[in-house]
Design a protein around this ligand. Structure first.
Ligand code: NAP
Length: 295
């Protein structure tokens, strides 16, 4: 049977934090979770956009429990400012959805000197997850969902090119950031397992969905390349965030080529499962960010 968000159990009492929740897949994920009575924290880099997204959801779901959080993943300092406040507040968090992302921006660096896509899509989420992990550990349902992409299949980790050391190639750089996300998700699950913890780390991809992702490249392209609207694109995330899933699961649409369809186990490039690369990437992130996980 094709899985849809209608099948999500009541999520009362659970808190989800979704990065990049003001538009695209993150917004649709937030909307569907709000419909199921979850407490949803919409995170993003723009407060006005978050306020507007919260109002749109509140109009559609008047009983929605919504908060907003300004977190700019382009900056380690900004992520730390948010997480310090959140941890100090003592508020619970059950599910962190690492959804925010950029694709094909002009060549440039994050605030900390990483190639922008690597900085936002991977480094920002690495730091966010590490610093929220103490809160996730306290939850009975602790889970981290990280969005990757079919682009991970062509992605390779190049330790000599995280900071634009090589001439910018948009496909290569985006692919690197998205395979890093998938490698991170698996390595996190390995480390949680080794520590005896019960937080789940899982990953998903949305096929090819109509969102604002190509806004800085060729925004009009999305009309021709997208196979699903943003709402259906969010199904993989919603499944990974709410259903009982196997460890090391990677969920994507089940249609031909995984471009569209309904949530199912997706193809994982063997490279992404390589534990040795996982160890090396983890060590790099620890060293470069100065942030470590406490399992
Ligand atoms: N759409 C697809 O077909 C597709 C395919 C494969 C994977 N994905 C992945 O799906 C995820 C969601 O993308 P989308 O398609 O929904 O794109 P989108 O419509 O462009 O949404 C991206 C979200 O990320 C936020 N964001 C960007 N930079 C940020 C930063 N520095 N700090 C915090 N938030 C930031 C954006 O906020 P602003 O609006 O303020 O910029 C926006 O809310 C991404 O990880 C993407 O790689 C998408």
């Amino acid at each position: 049977m094709n899985w849809t968000p209608e099948q999500i159990q009541d999520q009362s009492g659970k808190t989800f934090l979704i990065t990049g929740a003001n538009t695209g897949l993150g917004y649709e994920t937030a909307l569907e979770l709000a419909k199921k009575s979850a407490h949803v924290i919409l995170a993003g880099r723009s407060e006005p956009k978050l306020v507007e997204a919260r109002a749109r959801i509140a109009e559609l779901v008047p009983a929605a429990q919504l908060d907003i959080a300004v977190v700019d993943l382009n900056s380690i300092a900004a992520v730390k400012t948010f997480t310090e406040g959140f941890v100090q507040s003592g508020k619970p968090l059950d599910v962190l959805i690492n959804n925010a992302g950029i694709m094909f921006p002009p060549p440039g660096h994050s605030a900390d000197g990483f190639e922008a896509q690597f900085g936002v899509n991977f480094i920002g989420h690495y730091v966010l997850t590490a610093l929220l992990f103490p809160v996730l550990k306290k939850s009975k349902h602790g889970r981290v969902v990280t969005l990757s992409s079919m682009a991970h299949r062509n992605g390779k980790i190049d330790f000599g090119n995280f900071k634009l050391e090589k001439p910018f190639e948009k496909f290569r750089e985006y692919g690197q950031s998205k395979v890093a996300d998938l490698i991170f998700s698996f390595e996190l699950q390995r480390r949680i397992g080794a520590s005896g913890g019960d937080v789940i780390s899982t990953a998903c991809h949305p096929g090819v969905s109509k969102t604002e992702l190509l806004r800085t490249d060729k925004p009009e392209m999305i009309e021709t390349v997208a196979y699903m609207d943003a709402n259906q694109g969010s199904f993989s995330t919603l499944f990974a965030a709410t259903e009982a899933i196997e460890k090391f699961a990677y969920i994507g649409p089940d249609g031909e080529g995984e471009v569209n369809g309904y949530p199912a186990p997706a193809f994982i490039a063997p490279y992404a499962k390589d534990a040795e690369i996982g160890t090396q990437l983890w060590a790099y992130a620890e060293k470069e960010t100065g942030v470590t996980f406490e399992f």
